[in-house]
Design a protein around this ligand. Structure first.
Ligand code: DGL
Length: 281
């Protein structure tokens, strides 16, 4: 590694509106433990799922700039809503002016690339935030990657799930009603669904309740391992970026809300101690 690569190396940034991206970070770190990471959760302004395009774009750009200021060369938007509403504008409009050598990657494209291999009959159900569903980002990527129409996607917004998770209610009995409700509506819209995609990075936190409510024989797909595989592949194909990713195995956590509350809940999801710091975007 040359001197300038070492000087220019920085942690990989992982961004989400709140706790959801931790489900992606967990898989990325277990697949690629050698790198340094900074996780940023905009918990103070979550949920993003009901916000307009402009607001999600503005918030996401602020977060990306913050992670760049902290030395990240590569930022993963570990949030479907931000990937759906902000990624393209940031990649095409902002990055060339900020620093064309840095990269921002999302979670929707790698997930859709994998979908064709996941379903037996091509009937896939998507549960996501209102923002992701109404952006039609999944439909558009599916049209591009499967022009033979081998995939039928049925989408349903599950707007109450993120607030339940952000408020620490994911494992409480009150969450059962909304889990059963959205799954019932989705399966009612296409009873042939054999694969359920959790297209919001918060949703795996509700996994035990979702599994219990989904009919047997329907597979549930979480995105963490898909994004981790895709990042590993990206770094293999881009050695110039790989060289610029710091390699110390460290992970820092930043939140725009109370760091104590974040550290407590994040430690529960990750099964390890978390010492988060507060940031203002
Ligand atoms: N975790 C995010 C996603 O994947 C967003 C949740 C929200 O803030 O509404 O869509």
């Amino acid at each position: 590694m040359s001197q300038s690569d070492i000087q220019q190396s920085g942690p990989i940034g992982v961004f989400d509106s709140g706790y959801g991206g931790l489900t992606i970070l967990r898989e990325i770190r277990s697949r690629l433990p050698q790198y340094d990471y900074i996780y940023l959760g905009d918990n103070a302004r979550a949920p993003y799922g009901t916000r307009s395009f402009d607001v999600v774009y503005r918030f996401t750009l602020e977060a990306v700039r913050h992670l760049f200021d902290r030395g990240c060369r590569l930022v993963i938007l570990a949030c479907n809503t931000a990937s759906a509403k902000a990624l393209r504008s940031i990649q095409q409009r902002d990055l060339p002016g900020i620093d064309p050598t840095r990269r921002v990657l999302g979670v929707i494209r790698p997930t859709v690339e994998r979908l064709g291999r996941l379903s037996r009959n091509g009937h896939i159900g998507l549960l996501a935030t209102h923002g992701t569903v109404s952006s039609h980002s999944y439909d558009m990527e599916i049209e591009k990657l499967y022009p033979d129409r081998s995939i039928t996607l049925t989408s349903k917004a599950a707007p109450m799930w993120v607030p339940l998770i952000e408020n620490g209610e994911a494992d409480k009995p009150g969450a059962d009603y909304f889990v059963t409700k959205y799954i019932g509506e989705l399966m009612g819209a296409d009873p042939q669904i054999d694969t359920l995609l959790l297209g919001c990075t918060h949703f795996p936190i509700l996994y035990p309740k979702i599994r219990a409510a989904v009919p047997e024989g329907v597979d549930i797909v979480c995105q963490g391992h898909i994004v981790a595989d895709s990042l590993a592949d990206y770094l293999r194909r881009h050695p110039e970026m790989e060289r610029r990713c710091g390699k110390g195995g460290a992970c820092r956590y930043l939140t725009t809300e109370s760091p104590d509350a974040f550290s407590r809940l994040a430690a529960m999801f990750l099964g390890e101690d978390v010492d988060a710091s507060h940031v203002v975007l």
